[in-house]
Design a binder for this molecule. Structure first.
Ligand SMILES: Cc1cc2nc3c(=O)[nH]c(=O)nc-3n(C[C@H](O)[C@H](O)[C@H](O)COP(=O)(O)O)c2cc1C
Length: 262
């Protein structure tokens, strides 16, 4: 079998990949122990010739803490060191930006944030239905995180709008019961994600790639393939994305909750 196309360069917006071997984000959680271990893990893939690695989910706000968090100054230092190790290898590196919504507990133990006050199946805690002020705060947090990623030397960011996390909780009628400008119609359910992408575009330079990961719901009455295709059209027409990463499913239907991972 010929690998003519796989092993030739391709551009993702402003970023040229040396080939089309792309590793999607997967949570290693190595940074809980050591950023140097995380750097070494990715450096081995870079040395093996990978074109693009998308780094695992990064919490953008203290309401959704994880092993890597954009707002933690100690993690900033870890990222700078990691990019110093990865940059010379020629592999491009994007960072996935994430808010878990009703699947994660805020660092201070207060209730999770979501579109509506219905608990998710992972932690089962009743979340706060976000106010407009909270929505604006999270839009700003995504933009700040993207700007930091550029400062730390990453080549792009991917907004995690899939798998039943916060942005998906707003987009899916299954989890969004709002009656304001962020609920009901397709445009309203899409508004939060569109605002996040627009804020990111405005906060990074033209040399950063901006990507999105989406996933059609496989739940009855959820946001299916048609809704997602329409969302992508809207993002593309507005010039907000350089790459579409299509996944499938969400936490609402994940069959093995006891083995939950990101
Ligand atoms: C351990 C593990 C962690 C994952 N973490 C993430 C993640 O941080 N972000 C994400 O969007 N997907 C995550 N995924 C999903 C993967 O990106 C990918 O879509 C999935 O493994 C299917 O890969 P395939 O399309 O090569 O079969 C994770 C998957 C696994 C197995």
């Amino acid at each position: 079998m010929s690998l003519t196309h796989v092993l030739t360069p391709i551009k993702v917006g402003p970023v040229e990949l040396r080939n089309r071997v792309v590793r999607p984000a997967h949570g290693t959680r190595l940074a809980y122990h050591s950023f140097d271990d995380l750097a070494e893990y990715h450096a081995l893939r870079a040395e093996g010739g990978v074109g693009l690695s998308i780094l695992e989910i990064m919490g953008v706000h203290p309401t959704t803490p994880l092993s890597v968090n954009a707002y933690n100054p100690a993690h900033a230092e870890g990222y700078r060191r990691m990019m110093g190790r990865l940059k010379p290898q020629g592999m491009k590196v994007f960072q996935q930006l994430w808010h878990g919504g009703h699947h994660t507990m805020p660092a201070d133990g207060s209730p999770p944030w979501s579109a509506s006050d219905e608990p998710g199946p992972v932690i089962g805690v009743v979340p706060v239905a976000m106010t407009k002020m909270m929505i604006d705060e999270i839009v700003g947090a995504f933009a700040d995180a993207a700007r930091k990623c550029e400062e730390w030397g990453l080549d792009g960011v991917e907004v995690h709008a899939a798998h039943g996390y916060l942005l998906h909780q707003f987009f899916s009628p299954n989890t969004n019961k709002r009656e304001d400008d962020y609920g009901g119609s397709f445009e309203n359910r899409a508004r939060f994600t569109m605002e996040v992408l627009a804020a990111i575009r405005a906060s990074v330079s033209k040399s950063m790639a901006v990507c999105v990961r989406i996933a059609p719901d496989d739940t009855e009455a959820g946001a299916g393939i048609e809704d997602n295709a329409r969302l992508l059209d809207m993002m593309q027409s507005a010039g907000l994305i350089d790459l579409i990463d299509v996944s499938f499913g969400n936490k609402q239907t994940y069959p093995k909750m006891d083995r939950w991972h990101a």
